[in-house]
Design a protein around this ligand. Sequence first.
Ligand code: ATP
Ligand code: MG
Ligand code: MG
Ligand code: MG
Length: 562
Amino acid sequence: MKQSLVFSPTLREVPADADIKSHQLLLRAGFIRQNASGIYSFLPLGHKVLQKVANIVREEMNKAGAMEMLMPSLQAQELWEESGRWENFGPELMRLRDRHGRGFALGATHEEVVTSVIRDELKSYKKLPITLYQIQSKFRDEKRPRFGLLRGREFMMKDAYSFHASQESLDEVYDRLFQAYSNIFTRCGLNFRAVVADSGAMGGKDTHEFMVLSDIGEDTIAFSTDSSYAANIEMAPVVVDYSPSLDVLADIEKVSTPNKKTIEEVTEFLNLPVEKSIKTLLFKADNEFVLVLVRGDHDLNDIKLKNYLGANQVELADPKDVKEIMGCEIGSLGPVGVNSDIKILADKAVQAIGNGCCGANDEGYHYLNVNVNRDYTVTEFVDLRFIQEGDPSPDGKGIISFAKGIEVGHVFKLGTKYSESMNAEFLDQNGKTNPIIMGCYGIGVSRTLAAIVEQYNDEKGIVWPINLAPFDVHVLTVNTKNEEQVQLADEIEKLLIENGQDVLVDDRNERVGVKFADADLFGIPIRITVGKRAAEGIVELKTRNGEFSKEVTVAELINEIK
Ligand code: ATP
Ligand code: MG
Ligand code: MG
Ligand code: MG
């Protein structure tokens, strides 16, 4: 390909609104352009790299037994109502109406669509398991689109969904895809770590995130220095906004807690080990923290606890309410105090509040009649750092260290959440009807591209790993008015193409300084400069990472390059 035909407008200056490396460099190298906040065009070179990342994803997904398909971005409101997410997804879901006034969502994710496809076609256990995936634009109206491709509002995702007749089958496919994800991010040359996403499910295997280690990452990973323990601490406690309206304020009471109990006392009574049983919910109510304890084990049997503490001593979260505000089952995702399975976290929660559990942070008090969604709403998950660097690792091995991570992938055992609400059922061997068991698996393809640039750059531009570069070889003709140079460059191009290389030839009538600067920005791993010694058939061969630089004859080139 001749560079004069390539549309890749480069910038010398760092764009003012780009504050991280990948955003700056992808703009400067002319790989992407912003169209609106969080919305980007992939220009030809950016598109080539995006396709390379996507193809690595494809190859590994196919190898793991998944089949590619393509589902629509326009999704009927009714489908999202079936799953309950038309209500619950919140403002991130882009919504629109057609000319008849019918509601639609722009696909933020495809559980609803894929479940509806499957339920209509797949009725027998004999057809299970099956894993389907697609690579496609997703739409999310992010509160703060930023960092270029890292947090966009329209972005490229690979999303996969698996369907099973048994939990064992789900476990098996989950493990296989987990391995596929490891292969994908390894092939992308990334320094990553798989972490427990619901860090409360200690050692639980229900959901993992793949995190690229990076200082600009928005997630914090707690990991052990001596074991494979690693968890996202993002979802530890929940802070909620307390916004009472005048007419309901009256029935909220602040009452004293005479029989204040510690977490240990409560759990001793409940006869459940602290590490297993206690989950904490931290509510910020009117600038005061209320620690609510709920039992783990997926059921919220609060009666025992209520009796123990005495009537009116504690407001326990209603499982229904918890489910509603969290949008997930108790014990299945993070929000019910993910980290709180871990004793030291629970202890620290109590320390932070400065009081025993089951009361307000106001020594000896708690609130009654506080209602979820009426009096407060969840605003965000925060990292309250109940676990700190230097703490013993929850698995007893080593101490905790922190690192920042970019979430590039997420695997999740959904269970029957969607199949139950949407009636996706199969007949088992005995002719009995069961909800299909599901898993879902996402990779941010465009985010992964940006994460690669974050890890592969220098002060002059991008330094692509060889398998991801937009071209394999960049041939620079120093002086395009010099016939010998032009001819030799053409000859080299032909030779390399025959050798299976994807070649870019800078044939532009530009100053050589401009050519070198652009080449550095593009970051193509091998550069051949055709200059003064073209007449002797000698060119300069150089790698972008600076490890290799040598003058060679054209005859030697092929040997050197392979
Ligand atoms: P985040 O925590 O960063 O908001 P998420 O947990 O909401 O991500 P998932 O629903 O797990 O995202 O989606 C699967 C993958 O899609 C993520 O692991 C991430 O790589 C990618 N992704 C999610 N949101 C964005 C976005 N706004 N821009 C680019 N990629 C994204
Ligand atoms: Mg998100
Ligand atoms: Mg996330
Ligand atoms: Mg996620």
